[in-house]
Design a protein around this ligand. Sequence first.
Ligand code: PDD
Length: 276
Amino acid sequence: MKVLMNDQITKRNDIIIDIEDRGYQFGDGVYEVIRVYNGNAFYLQEHITRLIRSASELKMTLPYNEERLLTLLNQLVAENQLIEGNIYLQVSRGVAPRSHQFPEHSEAVLIAYTYKAARPLSLLQNGVSTILTEDIRWLRCDIKSLNLLGAVLAKQEAVDAGCHEAILHRNGTVTEGSSTNVAIIKEGTLYTHPADNLILHGITRQIILECANDLCIPVREETFTVEQLFAADEVFISSTTMEIAPVTSIDQKTIGSGTPGPLTHRLQQAFEEKIK
Ligand code: PDD
């Protein structure tokens, strides 16, 4: 497998990560996960735009320009002959003697690699079980930063309960999943948390809003409560890797009819059209 390290595509074993890399010591960096369908990176431009925004919110600059990054990522997918899978891309602030404040001189370290992954077809068809837990993350969840402990702990809680995802709430208001956005459908209207500082502005969430618009499903980018979540007709989670996955239970309580709902299904079909 080939890996992109700064502007070189090389073998994985030839790469050296410094012990004083700030990504490694402080989680001081940003990342993206990009889906590859039929050998093409899906919504690549949108992911790179978000990466640049995340980096800029942390006062970091990428080692080279956007155009070069797009070219190198497409080249990486081609060299690895990836047909169905993901690209993982991260940029750290770079290498410097360990001290919390930004170093005076450091150059961003960018790495990207690809891995094969099939679409989660049975989960898309049958739905996923989830738990509800408190959102203990920081207040800049709009930045796709390498600091993921709040998400890691929540996901582990879900896995320990035999579930796929943890749905998070802050004081009774639902924010998102540990690695997904969350939406509910009530009486034909789709509700999803507004794209503010408390959630990641998901690319899949944005595609879903476009699909909803095409399908004339009314959308409200408004917060909803835990009570509204449990009382929803349909609930689904979305991400690059999970696409649009129906939620059939939360804390072992059945959602709607306990099977994937009709509007979720229509959104899945519209999404499917885009990946063809
Ligand atoms: N997770 N919310 C959080 C907290 C996420 O980590 C993700 C993505 C999403 C969905 O965003 P998008 O639709 O752009 O993938 C929402 C990625 C896939 C991950 O960390 O593996």
